[in-house]
Ligand binder design. Structure first.
Ligand code: SAM
Length: 261
């Protein structure tokens, strides 16, 4: 059953903070009514869950969980689990199927610190690169503060799971990240950038290289327990764009983190 009204289980958190992160509009968000965790990626995360939560009894938070497809998959695969989808898009949340062990929170990552709960597993599936602020540095800081904010939400033996795109430069590792941010965040050229295939045109997106992700994670109080590349992912970016953006190795990576002891 699709939940179409603003759901009985929808908890609206007090949103007293000034909004610092930009949000895509509904037309842009509609594009994300899909699921990026293909069988290879699911296998990566499932093996880690089975190892670290052998009884399958865990409570998880799917940050930026959108339409809830990933949450539904976890709930179905782990009948003793309980899950919460947090997202600031009412449109994507409205696509969620009802599930007795699922909660839905409509709020921004900015307010994660207001959650009064502990979770064993916190998922960030392709959401950190969307935490875009006014500048590139603000956006990088937003990612870091999101990771800092979930520290206190995680149980002592909890895990943070991150799926992200790795956009490495050909010679200058960080260059694609800066170029893509600049081009997608400029309102004046949004029409052209949209035509070139970026659904984030006019708002911005902050993809990082693998080295940049590792450097970001090294600034948190988490340690990387496992990293895996999705070797099967094929780039859908045309060669001309790749050359223009100085894009080298592009793939999906998965980080599995625990609290530093
Ligand atoms: C690329 S989609 C990924 C959706 C889902 N995690 C998946 O893997 O299919 C990015 C998601 O992050 C959400 N998002 C972006 N900025 C957010 C914010 N500041 N707070 C909460 N959710 C956010 C979007 O609404 C969208 O659902």
């Amino acid at each position: 059953m699709v939940i179409n009204s603003k759901v009985q289980k929808l908890i609206k958190l007090k949103n007293m903070q000034v909004r610092k992160m930009k949000q895509l509009n509904d037309l842009q968000l509609e594009y994300f009514d899909t699921e990026y965790v293909n069988p290879t990626r699911w296998e990566i995360v499932k093996v880690l869950i089975d190892k670290d939560f052998p009884d399958g009894n865990f409570k998880f938070l799917d940050v930026g969980g959108g339409n809830g497809v990933f949450t539904d998959r976890l709930l179905q695969s782990y009948p003793n689990s309980e899950g919460t989808v947090l997202d600031n898009s009412e449109l994507l949340l409205s696509k969620n199927l009802h599930h007795p062990r699922k909660n839905i929170i409509c709020d921004s990552v900015e307010n994660l610190g207001n959650l009064n709960q502990k979770y064993d597993l916190i998922n960030f599936n392709w959401v950190l690169h969307h935490l875009v602020g006014k500048s590139y540095n603000d956006s990088r800081n937003n990612m870091l503060s999101a990771l800092h904010n979930v520290e206190s939400l995680l149980t002592d033996n909890g895990r943070v799971s991150i799926f992200e795109n790795m956009y490495d430069g050909i010679f200058l590792d960080n260059l694609p990240s800066h170029l893509i941010f600049k081009l997608t965040s400029m309102k004046m050229i949004a029409g052209i950038i949209h035509k070139m295939g970026a659904n984030t045109a006019g708002v911005g997106v902050c993809f990082l290289s693998k080295k940049q992700w590792v450097a970001t994670l090294n600034k948190t109080h988490f340690s990387v327990q496992n990293y895996a590349d999705d070797k099967e992912s094929k780039s859908i970016i045309p060669l001309s764009h790749r050359i223009f953006l100085h894009l080298g190795h592009v793939r999906v990576g998965h980080f599995w983190l625990s609290k530093c002891v």
